[in-house]
Ligand binder design. Structure first.
Ligand code: NOJ
Length: 739
């Protein structure tokens, strides 16, 4: 009897917890409104305020309901302690939502996002986000300021490292995967994170690639290039967005009613909330559209920024304006409703605290480290491999000279935004090679030079090492601080004297493999011809060295493809594959065509490019039906055969071109991709299905339309090479008339 009662009690408790986590939307709305009715003006502003870090003054403010969110507070215990103040000591007990930049891992650091995008593996990218969420959530974090879904067409911009490259289609697929990974099936699950698609919008189009700089583009470019990944994130259920630092054609993104209210909250019906970037509302003063913080706050709020990150612009001074009728309280209520709604969805009211024991079993879990290695390997892009220099031939190689400032560097692989990542977790290329070879091969290591600076004092030792070796592996590039926020570069050559060292070593005539670590495309024209092979390894996270070693020795066949164009020179920037034709398409035989007189227009390595240790042959491209209506699907297939000697993965890419439209269209646009694994000698027919509705664009009236007409479709292994065929789209009326 007693037992049954106890059992029933437990059951009741479990049901309450489970149901509590799964409040229905209308129940949440009811609770939000109830709470809102009890809130003072100060408490409402408090919910709309986020501060960084904590101190005694902030703790008192939490107690008084003046802070609704914190960022940059680390550790489960500390987060619980602060949460306790909000929940147990404030008037209404509204829990804090605590955020952090968990960008590519929490403690288990994965490849930087640009690297991970080169895998084109949305399944693994989603898994990486899921793992990052688990680790961070177990440490008391509720919210990540990720994914960064900014399209970037300018390699000078340091934050290109944080995104998925230059293409809106791939960028959208990856944005979706990341949101689903971070947020999981249910935001109330204690091991998921609330995601934040940032930086809304256009941040990657900063003039000159200089961070925070002015942006000015057409509404068409906004809608076709910069918005799609945000739309994909919203469609995937992202709970928050971050408004950007930049202006767009005179209107700062954090005061932009058109992008925030008209498009995001209007056209797309987004019901989560928008947070500003760090003081991006306060910066409206420096932008010159507000005379002081209060005016900046009013502009941010009116535009639709619901929470102010560290700007201190949402203040109780607004109350007088509401009383005067100069500011509508409904704007404030709407912002607070959005924030509370998310707090309910996160389950914070039911479970405000994290179980402090969770971390132990999760941080750096074996499976997490394995996933970090898997993604690191898939992120590597083989850019050059003259006469099969790679993989290194175990039988012929006795001595390797390992040269370069990043060969044994434990910091660079962590890249930008390493969260709680630690150098001690990192495996360098030197360590990776030693682990792989054991004692079988002699590795002579010489640093040679620093990443930056102009000392050549290490050149001689490096030269001696090279002379003794059968092959030279040079590990060079950018340190972690050379990409990411506020790390724009005007010169994209290898920094310091690294290129000079390559020249010196190349004179030994020993075969040279260049392994690059970097957060962006580099201009490699001055070294490319001096080396026999180039391995692009970006900043690959804690298993960097293992992944590179696996590729170098051939234990792993590289399959990564560039998601961003590598220019020959910075003078070619901006350079991207989906450009327009111009009225005078580049023609080497015509002076008066669109080109440079001192450089080809083509990049060094195009979007979608990457080599493998095997070769793939494409044949037989076929469209199932070459006449389609706007409501049909395009079915197109191609045969891909592995004609080399080892198994490999090919990333098969589908591009279309709309031949004639009412407005100009890009020369090609990615509309599909698949990772295809093939044994040596194996052939597969790769089929794509593309809804014709996805082939549209914004017309003269800025309406999304699929215009009838001729299209070409190309399928290949990169954006420059492939097999092409054609199809026609007819309107539904035309189709009915003719059939
Ligand atoms: C500024 C950065 O632009 C943004 O990406 C980041 O999330 C915030 N700081 C918070 O750290």
């Amino acid at each position: 009897m007693k037992l049954t009662f106890k059992f029933l009690l437990t059951l009741a408790f479990v049901i309450t917890v489970v149901l509590g986590q799964h409040l229905k939307d209308d129940e949440i709305e009811e609770k939000v409104n109830e709470l809102l009715n009890q809130m003072t003006f100060t408490e409402k502003i408090g919910q709309m305020t986020q501060f960084s870090g904590t101190n005694k003054q902030y703790e008192q403010m939490i107690r008084e309901g003046k802070i609704g969110s914190l960022l940059n507070v680390i550790g489960a215990e500390e987060n619980n302690r602060l949460q306790k103040i909000a929940v147990e000591e404030s008037h209404l007990g509204i829990p804090l939502v605590i955020g952090l930049d968990v960008i590519h891992g929490y403690r288990t650091i994965f490849p930087i996002p640009l690297a991970a995008s080169a895998s084109w593996d949305t399944v693994l990218i989603r898994k990486a986000a899921e793992i990052a969420a688990k680790e961070a959530a177990s440490a008391g974090i509720h919210w990540t300021f990720a994914p960064m879904v900014d399209i970037a067409r300018d390699a000078r911009w340091g934050r290109i490292a944080e995104g998925a490259g230059e293409d809106p289609f791939l960028g959208s697929a990856i944005a979706r995967a990341q949101v689903l990974g971070f947020q999981g099936e249910d935001l109330a699950d204690p091991l998921t994170l609330l995601a934040c698609a940032k930086h809304y919008v256009g941040y990657g189009a900063a003039e000159g690639g200089r961070d925070y700089n002015t942006v000015d583009f057409s509404e068409r470019t906004l809608r076709e290039i910069y918005l799609p990944p945000f739309r994909a994130a919203v469609n995937a259920g992202v709970g928050t967005l971050m408004s950007a630092f930049n202006e767009i054609g005179g209107v700062p993104a954090s005061a932009n009613q058109f992008t925030l209210r008209t498009i995001l909250k209007g056209e797309w019906g987004f019901d989560g909330f928008v947070i500003s970037d760090y003081n991006s509302i306060g910066e409206l003063v420096a932008h010159g559209i507000a005379k002081d913080q209060l005016e900046a706050g009013i502009k941010g709020l009116t535009a639709g920024v619901d929470m102010d990150m560290e700007g201190r612009c949402y203040t109780t001074a607004m109350e007088a304006l509401v009383a005067e009728g100069a500011l509508s309280e409904e704007l404030i209520n709407d912002a607070v409703r959005r924030i509370l709604r998310i707090k309910f969805k996160l389950g914070l009211f039911e479970h405000p605290y994290v179980d402090e024991n969770l971390q132990k079993g999760l941080i750096l879990h074996r499976d997490h480290i394995q996933a970090a290695l898997d993604l690191a390997r898939e992120s590597v892009v083989l850019l050059k491999n003259e006469k099969n220099t790679l993989p290194l031939n175990r039988k012929k190689i006795n001595t390797i000279a390992l040269i370069g400032p990043l060969a044994d560097d434990k910091d660079a692989p962590l890249g930008t935004w390493r969260c709680e990542g630690k150098r001690e977790d990192v495996v360098t290329v030197y360590e990776g090679l030693k682990n792989t070879y054991g004692g079988d091969v002699t590795i002579i290591y010489a640093k040679g030079c620093d990443v930056k600076g102009n000392s050549r004092s290490g050149f001689n030792k490096a030269l001696k090492a090279a002379r003794k070796a059968d092959i030279v592996v040079m590990v060079m590039g950018e340190s972690a601080d050379m990409s990411g926020e506020a790390a724009s570069r005007a010169d994209l050559n290898l920094p310091g004297v690294q290129a000079e060292l390559i020249n010196v070593i190349a004179e030994t005539k020993k075969p040279v493999v260049l392994v690059l670590l970097n957060g962006r495309p580099l201009t490699l024209s001055n070294v490319e011809s001096k080396v026999n092979a180039i391995v692009e390894s970006w900043h690959l996270g804690i298993r960097h060295g293992n992944a590179v070693a696996d590729v170098l020795v051939g234990d792993y066949n590289p399959s990564g493809k560039l998601t961003v164009t590598f220019p020959r020179s910075t003078g070619q920037i901006p350079i991207y594959y989906n450009h327009k034709n111009t009225g005078r398409p580049g023609d080497p035989n015509n002076k008066f065509s669109s080109k440079y007189i001192d450089l080809p227009s083509l990049p060094l390595y195009p979007f979608g490019y990457g080599l493998s240790y095997t070769k793939f042959k494409y044949t037989g491209i076929k469209v199932e039906n070459n006449r389609l209506t706007t409501s049909d699907d395009l079915f197109v297939s191609v045969n891909v055969k592995n004609v080399g000697k080892c198994e490999g993965v090919e990333i098969v890419q589908l591009y279309i071109q709309d031949k004639t439209g009412s407005v100009t269209r890009p020369v090609k646009e990615l509309k599909g991709f698949q990772r295809v694994a093939l044994e040596a000698g194996e052939q597969k027919t790769v089929q794509f299905r593309v809804p014709v509705q996805k082939l549209g664009f914004y017309d003269l009236d800025m309406k999304y339309t699929v215009e009838p007409g001729d299209f070409s479709v190309m399928i290949g292994g990169n954006s420059e090479d492939g097999l092409t065929t054609a199809f026609k789209v007819v309107s539904l009326e035309q189709e009915e008339k003719e059939h």
